[in-house]
Write a protein that binds this ligand. Structure first.
Ligand code: ADP
Ligand code: MG
Length: 323
């Protein structure tokens, strides 16, 4: 109850990318192997996420949109103990409170599904329809009843940037899922879901960066790291190529990024940033939610040790490639 109180509903859905994050996390939690995302006007007009996951059973359809009906957590520390990305049972009700939601879902594999339309937090339509297994969520008219929030939305390009940045990181964190992202009928990303992180990187960053990736692989008593880091020849002018995945969850941690950059030492030109994608596994007791679960920030209990170790592992990977 405490953690639930810490997280005000309105804070969950800040912008189109927050809707996207919650919908895609639900698809991942549902065991989807395909997630197709369609966005119009940076998500301000439409956000659609289609998956081939478990679907929502008929009897769970309406409760899925009720606040805390599905909450699975009692403390902030629990976050990294649970396997699923969702845990608060708060996302769908929050989205339905500020937008129109059309949900088509089928759980049985029998071609039978439900259509549920939510508006202003209320059920507008509920019907049995034919549907393939999986879930298809369409969110429109975001913030239509909270114009103050709408006013804070920047340009289509800014909102799209937040969305694509997030989807790219999700695709890297889940290379076994085939992702596609379309914006206004323009295909921005398509991964094949064959489980190969390098292939996923090629789809996101292009073939020349994917070819410049060197594997990072290390193990210590507390940590395990796998993934790739790019040779210093292919640096970028922004930080969007830096991805850290902790126990399967994409997180943002300034110190961790700095540690990897230190590993490049003098190889990294000034104001240039490396491309890397590192999965780090550790005992869940060594990582804690910092501030706000929806914002991807974390705190490590043995931070100094972890950062020094990551720096060493990346340096070793880069050294192994140059000699
Ligand atoms: P949480 O993810 O924290 O449990 P949400 O509000 O995001 O809460 O979703 C509520 C519930 O609706 C989920 O626990 C899940 O049972 C169901 N659900 C939502 N989206 C999907 C989906 N794409 N596929 C299957 N089930 C889903
Ligand atoms: Mg969820």
């Amino acid at each position: 109850e405490h953690i639930a109180n810490q997280i005000a509903a309105g804070e969950v859905i800040e912008r189109p990318a927050s809707v996207m994050k919650e919908l895609v996390e639900n698809s991942v939690d549902a065991g989807a192997t395909r997630i197709d995302i369609t966005v119009k006007e940076g998500g301000l007009e439409l956000i659609r996420v289609q998956d081939n996951g478990s679907g929502i059973a008929a009897e769970d359809c309406e409760t899925a949109f009720q606040r805390h009906a599905t909450s699975k957590i009692s403390s902030g520390r629990d976050l990294f103990h649970i396997r699923s990305l969702g845990f608060r049972g708060e996302a769908l009700p929050s989205i339905a409170a500020v937008a129109k939601v059309r949900c088509v879902t089928s759980a049985g594999g029998d071609g039978l599904g439900r259509l549920l339309v939510m508006e202003g937090g209320r059920v507008r339509e509920y019907a049995d329809i034919a549907a393939d297994q999986g879930t298809d969520m369409t969110v429109t008219d975001l913030f239509y009843n909270t114009p103050a929030r709408l006013k804070y939305m920047k340009t289509v390009q800014t909102e799209l940037g937040h969305i694509s940045d997030y989807i790219y990181r999700m695709a890297l964190a889940h290379p076994g899922i085939a992702f596609s992202l379309r914006h206004n009928d323009n295909l921005m990303l398509q991964t094949n879901g064959d489980g190969d992180m390098r292939q996923t990187a090629a789809a996101i960053y292009g073939v020349s960066i994917a070819k410049a990736l060197v594997p990072v692989e290390g193990e210590s008593p507390d940590y395990r790291v796998t993934g790739y880091t790019a040779k210093p020849e292919v640096t970028r002018a922004n930080r969007y190529g830096m991805t850290t995945i902790i126990n399967g969850r994409y997180v943002r941690h300034f110190g961790l990024n700095q540690a990897v950059m230190r590993a490049y030492h003098t190889l990294l030109p000034i104001n240039r940033f490396p491309v890397f994608m590192l999965r780090i596994e550790m005992d869940p007791s060594l990582v804690d939610v910092n501030v706000h679960p929806a914002k991807l920030e974390v705190r490590f209990s043995k931070e100094t040790e972890l950062l020094a170790w990551i720096e060493q592992e990346v340096r070793r990977a880069l050294g192994a490639m140059s000699h």
